[in-house]
Design a binder for this molecule. Structure first.
Ligand SMILES: [Zn+2]
Length: 374
């Protein structure tokens, strides 16, 4: 039996592999910060063997509420399924699985690889409706790319959508893939109207360094990018500095920041209602946007979400809060679950890449509603 993790987004620490019924693992921390939760590894030579994997330090994860979480697995790296026999007990995450094949991958959530990221950009580049622009470079010299849909013009509203500031939240880039597939569809009437009324600035992956390294929350310099928006450090958080500057140049009439939430089994928004510049008019426009998404996707809900005061003094260092305060526009953080949507559970897959993509497509209805005003 063998475990390997030296590949794109691979992350695990192996403590003891001698006994298939007592495989000892540890969640690995981000490369330069003490956040841990993401894991992704390959296990070989155990077809038909009953495995019991114990993540010994699960209680030290960034978000230790593992109740209701199920590990994902795949043999072919395309089709991922949930492992029902996943449980959290005595501060440890225990996963029991008997692989059907000699090679199996286990992960915290369906990975979104750097190769797929580059393929997405290449595909967008070939669309007659889009162009890909490099905004700058990451700490480790990777491209920070933006897909731009529509040309700027006096009647077109600038819309910004960014994803994966937290690199382990891969559902965010799956969401963007689904949104782009619909947005660049010549036959889709909603997409046509959105393209007519807006110029969209879409950053599919704000944190490619962290993504490749298998980090949960930070970039290669250990920075949580979603705490850098008030005054981004151009050396330690260039990813935010260049995107924020491009946004200042273009203006912003609607902002969406796409995330995953480790603990809550729901899709929800975190709004900017607590920032000083939030007005009654902004609240009214935000309500129209939220209602449009409710109508477009039964996976979305408004009953469950963060409690007020969650971000305290850090509030204006978060992307969607800073943007709302600076531009006075509707600005929301979307959270999708790592677990499942408890209102519409899926026993086989839980919350998944496919569902994230459908939600991305559905979001265009809300974007169009916003562009039509009222
Ligand atoms: Zn996040």
């Amino acid at each position: 039996m063998k475990i390997s993790h030296n590949f794109d987004a691979g992350a695990i620490e192996v403590v003891d592999l001698a006994d298939p019924q007592d495989i000892r693992l540890r969640l690995r921390a981000d490369n330069a910060a003490d956040f841990r939760q993401w894991f992704h590894f390959r296990l070989q030579d155990a077809a038909g063997v009953a495995l019991r994997m114990v993540f010994e330090n699960a209680a030290q994860a960034a978000y230790p509420d593992w109740n209701g979480y199920r590990c994902v697995a795949s043999y072919d790296r395309r089709n991922w399924f949930r492992i029902a026999a996943t449980r959290y007990e005595d501060g440890r995450l225990v996963v029991e699985h008997t692989p059907e094949r000699n090679s199996v991958y286990y992960a915290y959530f369906e990975p979104y690889s750097h190769e797929r990221h580059l393929d997405l950009l290449g595909w967008a580049e070939m669309s007659p409706f889009a162009q890909v622009r490099s905004l700058g470079s990451t700490v480790e010299g990777r491209d920070i790319d933006m897909v731009m849909v529509g040309r700027p013009g006096p009647t077109r509203q600038p819309v910004w959508i960014i994803a994966r500031q937290h690199p382990g939240e891969t559902m965010a880039e799956w969401f963007v893939e689904g949104l782009l597939e619909r947005l660049l569809d010549a036959a889709d009437p909603v997409a046509r109207k959105v393209r007519e009324h807006a110029v969209l600035h879409i950053v599919p992956n704000m944190n490619p360094d962290g993504a490749i390294r298998g980090n949960l929350r930070t970039n290669a310099a250990g920075r949580n990018l979603n705490r850098e928006w008030r005054d981004p450090d151009p050396l330690a958080a260039p990813e935010v500095a260049v995107v924020r500057q491009t946004m200042m140049d273009s203006g912003c009439a609607l902002f969406l920041d796409i995330h995953g939430d480790e603990e809550m089994p729901y899709v929800f928004f975190s709004s900017a209602a607590e920032v000083p510049a939030f007005t009654a008019e902004l609240a009214r426009r935000q309500a129209l946007f939220v209602d449009a998404l409710l109508a477009a996707s039964p996976d979305f809900q408004t009953e469950h979400g963060y409690l007020p005061g969650r971000f305290g003094e850090e509030l204006l260092s978060l992307a969607s809060k800073w943007v709302a305060n600076h531009f006075g526009c509707v600005s929301l953080t979307l959270e999708m679950p790592f677990k499942d949507n408890a209102n519409l559970p899926d026993g086989q897959c839980g919350w998944s890449a496919a569902r994230s993509k459908r939600l991305g497509g559905a979001m265009l209805n809300a974007v169009l509603r916003h562009l039509q005003g009222g």
